[in-house]
Design a protein around this ligand. Structure first.
Ligand code: ZN
Length: 348
C-alpha cells in the first residue's frame, strides 16, 4: 500500500478522544505483522511489543479533537461540547460525522442562522461554541434518538483524506494519525533488524485531553528512552512572521527543543541532529514554546525517562481540515528509523 493510502486509512478512521475503538482496530491490523504482541490497557491504549531488553518507547496518539452531544433539542437539533481545543471561528457550516451507539455513522452539518436575517454587526462575530447547533435532518428529539444519537455521542468534522496536489495531502486528524503512521512505518522498516532492546510502541488515547493515555502507558512499560511522534503546528501562512511559525511545510521533520510540556535534554536533541546529518535528512527545529505532547507525561513518569519529540509539520491542525507534505512525512519516517537503529547508544 502506498504511503498516501495508509495515511488516508488512518485519517478517515473515527477516533474522538475517549472513543478511539475504530482507529485502534485499524492500527492493530496494520501493526500486527511487525510486532510480537499487542495489548489494550484499561484506558484503551494499544501497546505493541517487539524484542527483549531495556525498553525504548515510541508514542503516537490515536485520539483526535471532536465534540460530544450534550443535549438534543425537542426539534431534533443537537448541542455539543468540545473534546480538545477547537478554534471557534472556524466551525459553522462544516460537515460532521456522529458515531451512534451501535457504531452507525450519522451525517450532520454545523448549522448557522441565515446571513439574510442576522444583523450586519452580528455577522462579524464568532458564534460561541455553546450557541452552535448540529443539524442531522431530524424533525424531533425522538427522531434523532431513533438514528442512534444519545447524550454523549461523539462527533467530529469530517473531510475525507485526499491529495490537494501531488505530494500534498489534506484531511482530518493528521494530529496525530500522521504520528501513528510514522510509528507503523518505523516498525515495518525495522522488522528485519534485531534491535538490542525491547521496542514498545504505544498508540495512546486521550492526548488531547491532557496526555492521559501516555502517562498510564509509560508507568506500565517503564521506558528508559522514549520518542513521541506528532503532527504539529505548521504556521508558514500569510500574516505570521517567521519568528512565530513553530514549523514550516517542506522543511523536513521538526525536532522539539522545548514545548509547554517538556524541555528536551540536549543529549536527545543532539542525538537526533546527528542522525539527520548522517543520513542526509533535512530537518528543522520546532520553535519554542508552543503546544505540548505525550513526551511531557512520559518523561516524568516512574524514575524519569530520556524523552524527545519528532513531528511532521501540518498546517491547520485543530481546525476542520489539515495539510501536510508527503516529503516531510517520508523524511520523518527515515529519521525515526535511524533513531531506532541507533537508540542503543542512549541506553548507556
Ligand atoms: Zn497531537
Amino acid at each position: 500500500m502506498e504511503l498516501f493510502e495508509k495515511l488516508k486509512r488512518l485519517s478517515d478512521a473515527f477516533g474522538v478522544a475517549g472513543h478511539e475503538d475504530e482507529v485502534r482496530e485499524t492500527i492493530r491490523e496494520m501493526a500486527a505483522p511487525y510486532v510480537d504482541s499487542c495489548e489494550v490497557d484499561p484506558l484503551g491504549n494499544l501497546i505493541c511489543y517487539r524484542g527483549e531488553g531495556p525498553t525504548v518507547m515510541l508514542d503516537a496518539h490515536m485520539d483526535e479533537v471532536g465534540f460530544l452531544v450534550r443535549w438534543i433539542e425537542a426539534d431534533g437539533f443537537l448541542r455539543v461540547a468540545p473534546v480538545g481545543g477547537w478554534d471557534e471561528r472556524l466551525l459553522p457550516g462544516h460537515r460532521v460525522v456522529i458515531r451512534a451507539r451501535d457504531g452507525r455513522k450519522v451525517k450532520g452539518i454545523i448549522g448557522a442562522a441565515p446571513p439574510h436575517i442576522v444583523p450586519r454587526e452580528e455577522r462579524r462575530k464568532t458564534v460561541p461554541l455553546e450557541d452552535l447547533f448540529v443539524d442531522v435532518g431530524a424533525g424531533s428529539r425522538e427522531e434523532a434518538e431513533g438514528m442512534g444519537i444519545a447524550i454523549g455521542s461523539p462527533l467530529t468534522i469530517h473531510y475525507p483524506c485526499d491529495l490537494l496536489r501531488e505530494g500534498y495531502a489534506t484531511g482530518k486528524a493528521f494530529d496525530d494519525r500522521v504520528g501513528c503512521l510514522v510509528a507503523l512505518e518505523a516498525l515495518r522498516l525495522t522488522a528485519a533488524d534485531r534491535l538490542p532492546y525491547r521496542l514498545v510502541v504505544n498508540f495512546a488515547v486521550g492526548e488531547e485531553l491532557g496526555l492521559r493515555g501516555a502517562k498510564a502507558a509509560a508507568y506500565r512499560v517503564a521506558p528508559r528512552v522514549a520518542l513521541a511522534l506528532e503532527g504539529t503546528i505548521g504556521a508558514d501562512v500569510p500574516g505570521i512572521p517567521e519568528a512565530k511559525q513553530p514549523t514550516r511545510l517542506g522543511k523536513g521533520p521538526a525536532i522539539t527543543v522545548a514545548d509547554r510540556s517538556i524541555v528536551v535534554r540536549p543529549r536527545m536533541v543532539e542525538f537526533l541532529e546527528r542522525i539527520a546529518r548522517a543520513e542526509g535528512i533535512p530537518f528543522q527545529y520546532k520553535l519554542p514554546v508552543y503546544g505540548g505532547t505525550d513526551a511531557g507525561a512520559i518523561h516524568t513518569e516512574r524514575g524519569g525517562t530520556l524523552a524527545g519529540v519528532v513531528s511532521v509539520p501540518c498546517r491547520y491542525i485543530h481546525s476542520p481540515v489539515s495539510l501536510l507534505s508527503l516529503a516531510d512525512l517520508e523524511a520523518t519516517i527515515r529519521l525515526v528509523v535511524g533513531f531506532l537503529k541507533r537508540a542503543e547508544e542512549l541506553l548507556g
